[in-house]
Design a protein around this ligand. Structure first.
Ligand SMILES: Cc1ncc(COP(=O)(O)O)c(C=O)c1O
Length: 387
């Protein structure tokens, strides 16, 4: 029996010291969204390669703000989502007034089935909301071409895949916008937090306003602010709310932690990649789907997908994992098929066009992978799985 917990907190003593130093200044700094947030946003932009970056209080907030801003810029419409994702990728679409269109995933990169996505596109399609699942690159030339040919925006959810690359470029650079999470056990942490990254100036400005209740005074574009003020001469320009939104801001303390975490990200990611590739190359190819394309991968979890759709075998394996002190989550990101969740069940009952997510829902797990994980623990995990 050994102990392999699902998550290991990224925040270390150095990060805590950075917060103590920040709070111990003679003059107590303003602690809400301020200069440290801007500094973190700029450092993040340098790391990722995007021009405009907006720090928010969670990955779910990044999702919600992105979908709200999209509704503002291109209008409400159909958004194609995978059923293998986190719930906020679904709720953000609904909260912003868009229509959800689910398309099944594939076993090669855990992203959309390309043929099915082609069939799902129509004149109401506004965007494809891709999730890079657990550090696996979900992009392909075909997917990018579909977006380009059909004039559809691509939004990348990179909350589970900081540092993953496609053609040697970090994912999060390919879409119109991308979302990241800094939840405590992700690749890096700000306790709670998220980032929206984009190269589009207008989208960035709208997100700035929507991050603070929709207030246009948060924009840094004078021309946009003036145009909106001129359209609303009866309103005090200090209090113009572009559309109903929430307070998605974070704080200086979270940004200080982010600034301390970011320089360690690439080093820690390399450890995770080494662990993951060792794990995958030793997993029994006859028993598990090992054909997942790991090029450019960067995973904080090991991915296990059974080949056999055998419930007795699955239950037996779960018992063995538990008995060995190995924590796991069935269903990969978000617990499997999101269409099976109570609030959708009534609408979606026929999953015959979704065989892959149905298999993943029942016959897959993720297990924690972190830089400090000892090789003998990975060996034991492999031994239990392969047996
Ligand atoms: C794919 C994906 N998107 C969004 C989120 C939401 O991030 P947060 O927990 O920071 O709200 C998560 C959370 O794990 C996620 O896995």
């Amino acid at each position: 029996m050994f102990n392999l917990p699902l998550m290991n907190d990224n925040i270390d003593k150095q990060d805590i010291q950075a917060v103590i130093d920040f709070l111990s200044q003679d003059h107590i700094p303003k602690l809400t969204n301020g200069p440290k947030v801007v500094e973190f946003e700029n450092s993040w932009g340098e790391w990722l390669g995007t021009k405009y970056n907006l720090f928010v209080n969670s990955g779910a907030s990044a999702n919600e703000l992105t979908m709200l801003a999209l509704a503002h810029i291109v209008g409400e419409g159909e958004i194609i989502v995978p059923p293998l994702t986190w719930i906020s990728d679904i709720s953000s679409v609904l909260f912003a007034g868009h229509k959800l269109v689910f398309v099944d995933v594939n076993f090669k990169n855990l992203s959309f089935d390309i043929e099915k996505i082609k069939a799902a596109i129509n004149s109401d399609t506004k965007a494809i909301f891709l999730t890079h699942v657990l550090g696996i690159n979900g992009l392909s030339d075909e997917l990018l071409k579909i977006c380009e040919d059909n004039n559809i925006l691509l939004i990348e959810d990179v909350c589970e895949s900081h540092g993953t690359t496609f053609k040697e470029c970090k994912v999060g650079n390919f879409g119109f916008a991308s979302n990241f999470s800094f939840y405590f056990a992700h690749h890096m942490s700000t306790i709670e937090g998220g980032m929206i990254s984009t190269n589009n100036w207008e989208f960035y400005q709208i997100c700035r306003a929507l991050r603070s209740h929709g207030m246009t005074r948060e924009m840094t574009s004078d021309s946009m602010k003036i145009a909106i003020a001129m359209d609303n001469p009866d309103l005090n320009p200090d209090f113009i709310f572009l559309r109903p939104a929430h307070n998605f801001r974070s704080t200086e303390i979270n940004a200080v932690i982010g600034l301390s975490q970011l320089p360690k990200l690439d080093i820690k990611n390399q450890e995770r990649i080494n662990n993951f590739n060792y794990f995958m190359s030793n997993l029994d190819k006859n028993k598990y789907h090992t054909e997942i394309n790991t090029e450019g991968n960067c995973n904080y979890a090991f991915i296990v997908i059974m080949k056999n759709a055998d419930f007795a075998e699955r239950n037996d394996l779960e018992k063995k994992l538990r008995n060995n002190g190995i924590e796991f989550r069935r269903g990969l990101s978000g617990g499997g098929n999101q269409m099976r969740q109570p609030f959708f069940k009534t609408k979606y009952t026929d999953f015959s066009n979704f065989p892959n997510i149905e298999h993943i829902h029942n016959f897959s797990w993720y297990v924690g992978n972190y830089p400090e994980l000892e090789r003998n623990k990975i060996d034991l995990l492999i031994e239990v799985l392969n047996a």
